[in-house]
Design a protein around this ligand. Structure first.
Ligand code: SF4
Ligand code: FES
Length: 181
C-alpha cells in the first residue's frame, strides 16, 4: 500500500460503536487529545517526554512543558491512538505502508492508514495508530482495553497446518461476513 492509494487500508466491521472518553490539553500551538478508553498504559509517552507526560501529576499532561514539535513527536509514538493532536502548523503523516504486529498475550498493533467502519459500513474512525483486541474480552471492541491482562489471555498453541480439499474441510462458513470491506 502506498500514499498514492490512501483509502486502500484495513476495515473492521463493528456491531456497536467504540467508546470514546477524550480529554483535551491545550496551548495555542497544539492541543493534545487523550482517549482513556484506548490507553493501555504502555508508558511509551512517559518515557518519550517525561516533562510533559507524568502520571504522578494532575493534569497528567502539561502541554506547555516542551515545544509543540516535541509534544507532537511524543504523541505519535503512542501505539494505541489514545494520544492524538491537532495543531495549525503540524500534521501527523500517514505511514507509507500498513503494518500489523501481534503482541504476545496482547493486542494487534497496527500502523498505517486505517479506517474503521460500523456494521452498516459507516466510517467511524480513520487513524494511523490502533491496537486491536485479539483476546475477545475488550469492552471497547475492536480496540484493546487491557482486558487481556484481567482475562489472563495467552497465546494459543502453534499447530501444524491441516490439509484440506475445500473450505468446509476447515470449518463451517463464518456468519456475519458480507463479502466486502
Ligand atoms: S503511549 Fe498511549 S497507550 Fe501508552 S501510556 Fe501513553 S497514552 Fe497510554
Ligand atoms: S487483546 Fe487487549 S483486551 Fe483483548
Amino acid at each position: 500500500m502506498t500514499r498514492a492509494t490512501p483509502w486502500c487500508m484495513l476495515a473492521f466491521r463493528m456491531e456497536r460503536a467504540a467508546t470514546v472518553a477524550t480529554k483535551d490539553y491545550e496551548r495555542p500551538e497544539i492541543t493534545v487529545h487523550w482517549d482513556s478508553s484506548r490507553c493501555i498504559h504502555t508508558a511509551i509517552c512517559l518515557r518519550a517526554l517525561p516533562e510533559v507526560f507524568d502520571v504522578d501529576r494532575r493534569p497528567w499532561i502539561d502541554v506547555e512543558a516542551a515545544s509543540p514539535e516535541a509534544v507532537a513527536d511524543a504523541v505519535m509514538r503512542c501505539p494505541t491512538g489514545a494520544l492524538r493532536f491537532t495543531a495549525a502548523a503540524l500534521t501527523e503523516p500517514a505511514p507509507p505502508s500498513t503494518a500489523m504486529r501481534p503482541v504476545r498475550g496482547g493486542p494487534m498493533v497496527v500502523r498505517g492508514d486505517v479506517q474503521i467502519v460500523d456494521a452498516e459500513g459507516n466510517l467511524i474512525a480513520r487513524e494511523t495508530r490502533v491496537t486491536l483486541c485479539r483476546c475477545g474480552n475488550s469492552g471497547n471492541q475492536p480496540f484493546c482495553d487491557n482486558s487481556h491482562r484481567r482475562a489472563g489471555f495467552d497465546e494459543p498453541e502453534i499447530r501444524a497446518p491441516r490439509t484440506a480439499e475445500a473450505p468446509d474441510d476447515i470449518c463451517a462458513p463464518q456468519p456475519g461476513f458480507r463479502g466486502d470491506t
